[in-house]
Design a protein around this ligand. Sequence first.
Ligand SMILES: Cc1cc2nc3c(=O)[nH]c(=O)nc-3n(C[C@H](O)[C@H](O)[C@H](O)COP(=O)(O)OP(=O)(O)OC[C@H]3O[C@@H](n4cnc5c(N)ncnc54)[C@H](O)[C@@H]3O)c2cc1C
Length: 299
Amino acid sequence: MNLKERLSFINDVEYLENENLTSYTTFKLSSIGDLIKVKSLEGLKALMPVLAQNNIPYLVVGWGANQILPAKCNDKIIHLEFTFDLDNLNELKSEYILPASLGLNHLTAHAVKFGLKGWEVFTGIPASLGGAIFMNAGTNLGEIGKLIKSVRLMTTSGEIREEVITENSFSYRHNHFVNPGEIIIDATLTHLGIDDSIPQKIKDYLEYRKKTQPLATKNCGCVFKNPLKELPAGKLIDLLQLKGVGVGELRISPKHGNFMENSGKASWDQFSTLVELINYEMDHFFGIEFELEVKIPYH
Ligand SMILES: Cc1cc2nc3c(=O)[nH]c(=O)nc-3n(C[C@H](O)[C@H](O)[C@H](O)COP(=O)(O)OP(=O)(O)OC[C@H]3O[C@@H](n4cnc5c(N)ncnc54)[C@H](O)[C@@H]3O)c2cc1C
């Protein structure tokens, strides 16, 4: 029995071969591959042993806001679409158990409604909760790791494992507990009390981000890691007067040097060419080679 037939027996798992994956990342570079949509915990539990027994490589994509998919994806793409009743966010609680597939935008809306202290860290970060926990996403208002009490993960054999979060569980944009192949399924979040100034703080921060980042475009956030904290990659690209420079339908954002904007159907090749061009100039003028911040499968 082939994989398609095997997966057709699992409830809440949809397997789509040679699917157009372009809309599964925020950058929307053209991409094709096999997609596995998982709509329940039971579905995921049944799926994992099948993938493990058949040595099938896979990659989890949340909102795809920190990932670029190649033109042809060899790994299967797993996308969680767990159902969640948003009415659960209509009332104030001291703790919340939330699914990995929930968007952080819902958490920001909840924080604005009730003035939840600590939850301002979600402001403007495009992410699923699972992707944000994996990346320990954050802004200069703080990072998500500080609000997480525990995380439940699905292991490669289809067991559920609970990780109790400690001060060593996260570091800057990293988690230290998701083992290779494990998938975050949900998390218990807390907050730091009520603070009436939070809604305004969130509004102001959103305005600031809109002014400084090309949020309305198709992009992948910051493309490169900052070589040093005091040497932001965007500033260096700006110094080289590369803002606005482009290849095909891809260009370096005129608003922020560390962002690239896809104005239409930009491709993986155009992305690679633009990265090479930036690195050539960086090496030539500053003797620095940038490291990619955005995740690329197989790199
Ligand atoms: C316009 C823009 C602005 C941004 N601003 C910020 C910012 O201010 N701060 C910041 O920290 N980031 C920022 N980012 C980057 C991005 O939003 C974060 O990295 C975010 O955490 C990615 O979440 P995601 O759901 O899109 O994850 P993805 O990009 O889909 O995945 C990221 C990583 O997490 C893994 N992953 C995803 N879900 C799961 C899961 N359920 N279980 C196990 N592994 C999983 C993936 O395999 C991958 O390795 C920005 C991006 C954009 C496009």
